[in-house]
Every structure is written in structure tokens, then in C-alpha cells.
Design a binder for this molecule. Structure first.
Ligand SMILES: C[S@@+](CC[C@H](N)C(=O)[O-])C[C@H]1O[C@@H](n2cnc3c(N)ncnc32)[C@H](O)[C@@H]1O
Length: 578
């Protein structure tokens, strides 16, 4: 028996000693040949809605259940005042570095990457060299690695909090590399487990987690999920309660809720998902970020998800959410991430693309397009975008979407986010009007009033499921420019080679993004809604609706022209100053 098998064996015995039974139709297997470490595989057919295993809460490791608190009960309150990341990092560092072989979880730690670097490689983007990261260009994922933020968090904890405040002298020597590894382990293995005292507390009433999830999903299917409820501080609800399967209502009736691996979309690198989470503390939240042995042995696949973890006050239960055939692997979901994000967080890619893949159009590319091809000056483009931002943020009815984003998602399904449609449509009309009568020399107030008018007319247009023909042409050109930035490797179809080095994984991410962008060139897919396809009208028609005929004469535009156009429709700015 080799070391890998021995560790698997020790872990299985460790589970047995704690009375944990894995369904006899399952086996914990060595999947290294598929580049997947360990995983659970069905050795017989399993029906939907079967218990695969259940775990008492006592096997989980969290701030409420760990050796640090046993050794130093005085620290519990202090740890609870930290955010989830900081506290679990300290708890695990103590368990692994200080308690080590004597930890009750040692047989569990020995099957994790942290204690077996021979068989596991930390491939999360945090560990890629600048040279390796170049293989991901032009993906925007390289801007979201969060290395600086990780280092800032490390310096905050070490030595100030850990040694000076908490007096855990044994952790005085934690290196930045060790910190990154523990944080990455938490990112790719931990679950946010609802605290027993919160179970069921927020399940009743209309504002269910299921509602939250489905709303999110509608808005941005990339969120997968994120499709998680990303709002850990909200009413003490667990942050990652999601409903990703047909069984949810059944199980909810039985008092169960389900959880995925901790995985909020907005967290950067190894960090808190929100400022609130970073600044908040565990006391106020309804969950503990926890390591859950065995449940974290399930790999994930966005297209083959067949099991989910549910919980009651007493235990955590892994159940099949689809039938699983003999020989098939049991797959959890880590939320609805595209390949770029799967690589960043978990260090692998789905070789045929994630179900939730998307490419992105960076805002600077859109600006460049309007500057270089539509004769807008860089300062006018910047000013118009900043006015658009201001108008949206001052919109008292809160009806307008944030149009000016850093980048715009274009999904594998061929759909694009509505913000992309807005920004291109508005800039298309502004650039057309600017060509007819330059706006460059106008006073700020006049530009504000003009942009305000155009923005509102574009809202009405889009609401009535119409866009203009020049918009469509600009949209295609901008997408074309983005697609042209991808290297040749991105254009080659996916293949089934599972043994991927970092360069090849980068290539798969580029294919995922490239293919998504290409799909969004299919106009029937991009501009279709539940209520039918968008109609494309002549741009003149919209322009005439925005300006009076007399405005389009040959003389240069004046501030008075604009004010007369917008009279009776005071700008938000004017309202404010009045
Ligand atoms: C929660 S663990 C799953 C158990 C893991 N296979 C192990 O042996 O420890 C998550 C890690 O498993 C690996 N993983 C999960 N799903 C995978 C997949 N579909 N393909 C390759 N690796 C995967 C990644 O290394 C990821 O960071």
C-alpha cells in the first residue's frame, strides 16, 4: 500500500471511529490519473434523494469546535469578533502547525493538500508566477487575484493580532507562503455551515433563501451563482444557502437546507466577500465558515452536479440530487462559476468548459472604440461616462441600472448583460449627435442635461425592446475587437486531455471566454427576450425623438440649444442646485 492509499485508509478508519457510515454503494477513490486527487465514486447505481453519508457537527472544524478554543477558552470571544476568514485561518494554523500530530483531525489533514504536497499542487492563481499568468492574457481574471489584499490581511494578523493581542506565541513564525496555503485551502475546501441556533429561523416567510437565489440567478447567471446569497450579514441568514436542485422543496419540508462550498463570487483571492464581512464579525452572522471532512472530498462539475450537502440542527447530510449510475463520480457544485473563476479559486478547469462560462468586454475597449472610430475625444467619453454614473446614482426612484461597469459579461448561452446594451446604445447616440453638432465645447451643465435626456430616451427605447441599427453595428464591431485580442490557442476546440499543466489550463480558460464571446455574435441569441426578439430601428428615428428638427441645423450647438431641448425636464443636477 503506497502512502496515498495509506492516508486514504487512515481517513476511512478515522470516519468509522466517529461512527460515520458512507453509503455502501460509494467508494473514496484515487482519481489522480484524472488530475482530480480523491473523489467519491458510485460502485452501484444510486437513486435520487438517497443519503450518501451524514456527519455530526462535532466532526467539523470551526471557531466553535477546535483545539485552540479547548486550549485557550479565553480566545473564543476575541475570535468571534474577527471576520470569518481571519478566525478560521488562525484556528487551522493552530490545529495544523501547533497541535500537529496530536490534533483529533490529523488523519483528515493528512489527506489535504496542506499536508501532502507530493500528491497535491496548489494551482490557484495566487500561486502562479508572473510568467505563468501571461498565458491567461487577455482574460481579465488576472486582475482579480487579490495578492495585495492577501498580503495586507497577512500583515494585519501577523504578528499584531495573533501574537500581540491573542498571545498565541507558537504562531509567531507563520510565513506568507503558509498563510496563502491555509487561506487557499479554506477557499477551496470550506463550507459556510448555518449555526444550529439559526437553523429554520429564517426559513419561513416570503423572503426565503430560495427566492434570493432565484432572483440572483435571473439577474446574472454567472453568479452563479454565484448564485449564492452573497450577503452574509443579511438577517443572520447563511451566506451560501442555495437551491440548485429539484429536491430543495422536498428537503425543506423535512426541515433541511442545503449548502455549497463557501464560494461567494465577490471575494477576491482569499478574502472576505464584502467590506462588511471583512469588517464585521462572526457574532452577527448565522453561520460558521467550517472545514467539513468527507463532504469536501466531493469534486465538482457544473454539468454533472448530482449531490448536495444539507443540514439540520444536529447533522450535515450529503444526498444524491440526481440518480448516479455505477462507475459515475459523485459531484457537488461549487456554485455557478466560469472556468476563469474556477481556476482562480480552486486551481482546476473543466476541460470542456463550464456551464457558466462567459467572456468579458472591458470598459476601456468600449471607450477606445468610440474615440477611434466615432470621433469622440477621450475627455468627452470620460465626461459622458461619469455623468451617466452620476445620473444613475442620483436616480431617486432607483430604477436605473449601473451602466458604467469595469467590464461586461457575455455568456456562453449567447446572452449579454443589459448594462452592455445600455452603454453601447447610449454612446452610439451621443457619438452620432456629437458628429452632427459637437458637444465638446459645451458647459458641464449642458452636457449633463443632454446626457440625461439621451439616457432616459435610451431607457424608454430598451424598455420597449427596441435598439438602433447603428447600435447593432457598433456592438458587433466591439465584440469583434475583443475576440481579436485572443491568441490562436483560444480558437481551437476543447479536447479531452485531462492532464493539464498551468499553460494548458490557461488555454482552456481562453477557449471558454473566446467561445462565449463568439456565441454572443449570434444576434438571435443575444437580443432575444422572453417576450420575443428586440426590433432594430433607424437611428434617425430615435435622434428625432431626442432633439428638435431645428437643433440639427448647421450652426454649432450652444448651451442655450441644449437647455431649450431639455426644458421641462430638469436634470438631476439642476434639481439639486435649485
Ligand atoms: C473540495 S476539494 C475536492 C476533493 C479533492 N479532489 C481532494 O482530493 O482533496 C476541491 C479540490 O478538488 C479538486 N477538484 C474538484 N473538482 C475537480 C474537477 N472537476 N477536476 C479537477 N479537480 C477538481 C481541485 O483541486 C479543488 O481545489
Amino acid at each position: 500500500m503506497n502512502k496515498f492509499e495509506k492516508f486514504t485508509d487512515n481517513f476511512s478508519n478515522w470516519l468509522k471511529e466517529r461512527g460515520i457510515q458512507i453509503n455502501s454503494k460509494l467508494k473514496l477513490e484515487d482519481l489522480r490519473e484524472q488530475n482530480q486527487g480523491r473523489g467519491l465514486v458510485a460502485v452501484e447505481d444510486i437513486k435520487e434523494d438517497q443519503v450518501l453519508f451524514s456527519l455530526p457537527r462535532s466532526v467539523t472544524i470551526c471557531v466553535d469546535n477546535c483545539t485552540l478554543i479547548k486550549d485557550r477558552p479565553d480566545l473564543k470571544e476575541k475570535l468571534m469578533k474577527l471576520n470569518h476568514w481571519d478566525s478560521l485561518i488562525i484556528v487551522l494554523l493552530y490545529e495544523i502547525k501547533v497541535v500537529g500530530e496530536k490534533s483529533p483531525w490529523i488523519d483528515y489533514f493528512n489527506i489535504l493538500p496542506i499536508n501532502d504536497e507530493q500528491n497535491y499542487v496548489f494551482n490557484q492563481l495566487m500561486f502562479w508566477s508572473p510568467e505563468e499568468l501571461k498565458h491567461l492574457s487577455p482574460s481579465l481574471i488576472t486582475e482579480r487575484i487579490g495578492r495585495d489584499l492577501a498580503e495586507a490581511m497577512y500583515r494585519k494578523l501577523h504578528p499584531k493580532i495573533v501574537v500581540h493581542d491573542f498571545k498565541i506565541d507558537q504562531l509567531g513564525e507563520v510565513s506568507l507562503d503558509e498563510y496563502h496555503k491555509i487561506a487557499s485551502l479554506i477557499m477551496s475546501y470550506s463550507f459556510d455551515v448555518e449555526r444550529p441556533e439559526f437553523v429554520g429561523k429564517f426559513d419561513q416567510g416570503q423572503d426565503s433563501d430560495l427566492d434570493d437565489y432565484e432572483d440572483d440567478d435571473d439577474n446574472d447567471d454567472n453568479d452563479d451563482d454565484d448564485n449564492t446569497n452573497d450577503n452574509p450579514e443579511s438577517n443572520g441568514k447563511p451566506a451560501r444557502v442555495v437551491s440548485t436542485n429539484a429536491n430543495v422543496s422536498d428537503t425543506e419540508e423535512k426541515g433541511l437546507s442545503n449548502i455549497t462550498l463557501s464560494s461567494d463570487k465577490t471575494d477576491v483571492g482569499t478574502f472576505p466577500s464584502t467590506d462588511d464581512e471583512a469588517e464585521g464579525n462572526i457574532f452577527n452572522d448565522g453561520f460558521f465558515k467550517s472545514m467539513v471532512p468527507l463532504a469536501d472530498m466531493l469534486n465538482a462539475d457544473t454539468t454533472k452536479h448530482n449531490a448536495s450537502l444539507f443540514y439540520t440542527k444536529l447533522e450535515l447530510i450529503m444526498k444524491s440530487v440526481k440518480p448516479i449510475k455505477k462507475g459515475q463520480q459523485v459531484y457537488n457544485t461549487y456554485s455557478d462559476h466560469p472556468n476563469s473563476e474556477i481556476l482562480r479559486r480552486y486551481g482546476y478547469v473543466e476541460i470542456r468548459g463550464s456551464k457558466y462560462d462567459f467572456g468579458e468586454i472591458p470598459l476601456p475597449l468600449i471607450k477606445k472604440f468610440f474615440i477611434e472610430t466615432q470621433s469622440m475625444s477621450p475627455s468627452l467619453v470620460d465626461e459622458v461616462l461619469s455623468i451617466m454614473n452620476q445620473i444613475v446614482h442620483e436616480d431617486e426612484e432607483d430604477e436605473m441600472v449601473d451602466i458604467v461597469l469595469d467590464s461586461y459579461d457575455c455568456f456562453k448561452t449567447g446572452e449579454v448583460i443589459i448594462e452592455l446594451i445600455f452603454v453601447i446604445q447610449v454612446l452610439t447616440i451621443i457619438s452620432a449627435l456629437n458628429l452632427l453638432k459637437s458637444m465638446e465645447h459645451l458647459k458641464y451643465e449642458s452636457k449633463f442635461a443632454f446626457v440625461n435626456r439621451i439616457l432616459k430616451k435610451c431607457y424608454q427605447l430598451i424598455e420597449s425592446k427596441k435598439l438602433t441599427k447603428i447600435f447593432l453595428s457598433n456592438y458587433k464591431k466591439i465584440l469583434g475587437l475583443r475576440i481579436a485580442q485572443y491568441p490562436e490557442i483560444a480558437t481551437i476546440s476543447f479536447n479531452d486531455n485531462m492532464m493539464l499543466n498551468r499553460k494548458k489550463m490557461a488555454g482552456v480558460v481562453l477557449k471558454s471566454e473566446y467561445q462565449s464571446l463568439v456565441n454572443c455574435l449570434n444576434i438571435d441569441m443575444a437580443f432575444n427576450t422572453d417576450n420575443g426578439p428586440y426590433k432594430f430601428i433607424e437611428d434617425d428615428k430615435l435622434i428625432k425623438n431626442i432633439v428638435k428638427k431645428s437643433f440639427l441645423n448647421d450652426s454649432p450647438s450652444t448651451d442655450e440649444d441644449i437647455l431649450s431641448l431639455t426644458s421641462g425636464e430638469p436634470s438631476n443636477k439642476k434639481q439639486k442646485t435649485e
